[in-house]
Every structure is written in C-alpha cells, then in structure tokens.
Design a protein around this ligand. Structure first.
Ligand code: HPA
Length: 245
C-alpha cells in the first residue's frame, strides 16, 4: 500500500485541507529533520507532511538536513514522496505561473551531505539514477493533473544550484546549453537520497520567476512570493486529488 509523504518547499508551509492528527518530533541517526512531521488526513487519506525549510525561521537550501528529512519520513512508513520545489524558468515556455513535473535532473550542488553511504560497511550505494524520478509516481501525478484539468508540463530538466544566492546571467546561459529547463536549489540531494532509501520520489516544480538574465525585471523575493501564492493553491488541489486516488 502506498503511504504518501509531501515535502513542502518555499510557499507551501501547510497543506490546505490537511486535518492534522499527530505531530511527530523525531531524531534520526543524521540529526533532526527540518520540523516535526505532520501526520494528517486529506479527505479519507492518511498522509505525512514535512516543510523542508522548517518554521518559523527558514532553513536555507544548502543547510537543509535532507538525510534526516527522508529518514524521518521513511521511519513513519512513508513509501512515496512528492516534493514541491519553487524554481526559475530557463527555457522559453517555462514562464512564471507554470507547473512542471520534471523528468530529469542536472546536479550542480556541492558540499551537501548527499548520500547515506558512510563507508562504514561493505554496502556500496551505487544506485541507478538514470531516471531520477519514480515512473509510477510521476504517472500518477500526470494523470491526476490531466483529470483535474490543471495546466502543466509533464517533462523538463531540473538544474539544481547550490545557492543561496541567485545565479548570474552567464550561469543561466551555461545551464541552458547543458539542457536545463528549470533552476532551483533544493531538488538535490533529496532525489538521490530518496532513491538510496528505496522511496518512490517525484517533484512538482512551480515556476516563480524567469531565471537570471532572461527578463528585464530585477529578481526580487516579493515578486517570487506573489507568483508562489497563486501557484500554491493549484499545487494544493493537485496533491489533494493525488491523495484521494
Ligand atoms: N534560481 C534558483 N532557485 C530559484 C529560482 C531561481 O531563479 N527561483 C526560485 N528558486
């Protein structure tokens, strides 16, 4: 049986309609997760929700304890994780307001705890990461979006930068020539760690701005927040419908 976990990104501090039944304060072998995991019901479905950036103070992307977050969710029985990521749009049709269910990743992050393989035993974690997102979970998201008539793109390459600063125009040109459609800061190592644990993992990206150098307007957090607020409601509807299937 699928037990769904949602990792909320910037702008998704709670899940609309989630009736919280329990808060799980947890410690893991890798430290504490970003926040207590909320166990709740969305309709008749039981699910678990974790805000990646914690609360009330936001943990920046490079300091999120991705290992603890995934470990905590798995230890509560979560089998499938849908991650929400706010991103910048690089390719022409990835305009602000777009919802994207990406199918590939390019990882530019560095210095993060990116594996559960500590070298302490003989188990080498050479996971197959050819297709970084789980096929079945992606299909479920795509079918749900279609069914709910939620406009979306069903593919795209998610380039993950280290942050917390935004990119230079030249970095975005390089990412475009690397084949990236989207730029974010939190997609990795989360996706790889989920694969190491055998958790089915997929992402829903909300494009909140045109990436650096692609628009005349300066990039401001206020501008991103405005788009985020609008998109968060749509993402909430998508997740609610996914949980109900
Ligand atoms: N770059 C990196 N991360 C982001 C962006 C961006 O333009 N927008 C939202 N998250």
């Amino acid at each position: 049986m699928r037990i769904l976990g949602i990792i909320g990104g910037t702008g998704i501090d709670q899940l609309d309609g989630l009736e919280i039944v329990e808060l799980h304060e947890q410690e893991t072998p890798f430290g504490a997760p970003s926040r207590a995991v909320q166990e709740g019901r969305l309709g008749r479905q039981r699910l678990f929700f974790l805000q990646r950036h914690g609360s009330p103070r936001a943990i920046p992307p490079h300091l999120v304890n991705y290992r603890a977050n995934l470990w905590a969710l798995q230890s509560l029985g979560v089998t499938d994780v849908v991650a929400i990521n706010a991103v910048g749009g690089i390719s022409a049709d990835m305009r602000p307001g777009r919802l994207v269910i990406p199918d590939q990743i390019v990882d530019y992050t560095w210095g993060r705890e990116h594996t559960f393989d500590t070298g302490a035993d003989d188990t080498l974690m050479h996971i197959d990461f050819t297709y970084p997102y789980d096929r079945g979970l992606r299909e479920a998201l795509l079918e749900t979006a279609l069914h709910e008539q939620i406009p979306h793109r069903g593919d795209g390459v998610h380039g993950v930068m280290q942050g917390p600063r935004l990119e230079t125009a030249a970095e975005i040109r390089r990412m475009a020539s690397d084949g990236c459609d989207l730029v974010g800061m939190t997609g990795m190592p989360e996706a790889a760690l989920a694969r190491e644990l055998g958790i089915a993992y997929a992402s829903v990206c909300m494009v909140v701005n045109a990436a650096a150098g692609l628009d005349d307007k300066p990039l401001t957090l206020d501008m991103m927040r405005e788009t985020l607020q609008r998109e968060a409601a749509v993402v909430g509807r998508l997740l609610g419908a996914l949980a109900a299937c």
